[in-house]
Ligand binder design. Structure first.
Ligand SMILES: Cc1ncc(C[n+]2csc(CCOP(=O)(O)OP(=O)(O)O)c2C)c(N)n1
Ligand code: SF4
Length: 243
């Protein structure tokens, strides 16, 4: 299907759900579009479970014509893990925010990596708790002003892909992409899901994503802040292969 700008929508998108509920300028829909292309290209629409967390990720509940479930903050990973163990031929994707995944959900994330669960986890890193009004998240940058760090955040922050890469010696596909490079992002997501299809175990993509509403940025300042994020969180693959 083509829209008036001649952009082709992913076939697995549910067109009746548009317009969507994300804020103008949000990065989530850019990412979801790439995920949609990957689902189309791999032909896995009828066999995918899309698990979404609490946070802005849940606004994706009606995006795709795929089986979708939503659960509590950070619990999406164990829930899709259970489904995958029960139905190993299914493609299990967990989609969470950085707040849900790296704070309350961190133990689930690390366990999935250590236990080499054959699932794909996608984390949206927008450097704040988006849905609840822009509070500090584990990914908030040093000095960043948020709703709960009015004098600037402290110096501590979480690098998910680096952490997961070192959490186990087992092979895994781990990458960090960004919504300002959707072509590369699609490649990373595709490799992660192919890893799962091949039964190779845990795969993970962190995605640096725009949140202009809580960053309180216009278009130009949004790109500037994204560049700052990329200087702290390098966009790259951290693939662990068998030795
Ligand atoms: C167990 C639990 N704790 C806290 C909340 C409140 N809550 C809902 S959304 C949210 C923020 C989510 O932020 P993040 O995971 O970074 O996702 P984003 O909205 O930025 O995409 C919080 C704290 C909740 N719903 N459940
Ligand atoms: S609050 Fe941020 S992450 Fe959530 S929909 Fe709005 S721009 Fe997107």
């Amino acid at each position: 299907m083509e829209n008036k700008n001649n952009l082709v929508w992913p076939k697995c998108w549910k067109h009746s759900s548009k317009p969507h509920n994300f804020c103008p300028g949000c990065g989530h829909p850019i990412l979801l579009k790439q995920l949609g292309y990957v689902i189309d290209e791999l032909g896995i629409q009828s066999n995918t479970l899309f698990g979404i967390d609490i946070g802005c990720s849940l606004l994706a509940w009606n995006f795709f014509n795929v089986d979708t479930m939503q659960t509590h903050h950070g619990r999406t990973i164990p829930v899709v893990t259970g489904a995958k163990r029960a139905r190993p031929n299914m493609i299990a994707i967990a989609y969470l925010g950085d707040g849900g995944a790296y704070a309350i959900g961190m133990q689930h994330l690390i366990s999935a990596r250590i236990r080499n669960e054959n699932i794909t986890v996608i984390i949206v890193n927008n450097a704040n708790y988006g849905m609840t009004g822009g509070q500090e998240a584990p990914t908030t940058l040093p000095g960043q002003i948020t709703a709960t760090t009015q004098s600037g955040a402290d110096e501590f922050f979480t690098k998910g892909p680096e952490l997961l890469s070192n959490a186990s010696e087992l092979p895994a596909y781990i990458a960090r992409g960004s919504v300002d490079n959707p072509i590369q992002l699609k490649e990373f997501i595709k490799k992660a899901i192919e890893w799962q299809i091949q039964g190779r175990g845990f795969s993970f993509v962190e995605v640096l994503s725009f949140c202009p509403t809580n960053w309180k940025t216009d278009a130009k300042a949004t790109i500037k802040f994204m560049n700052k994020l990329k200087s702290i969180y390098p966009v790259k693959e951290f693939i662990k292969e068998n030795k």
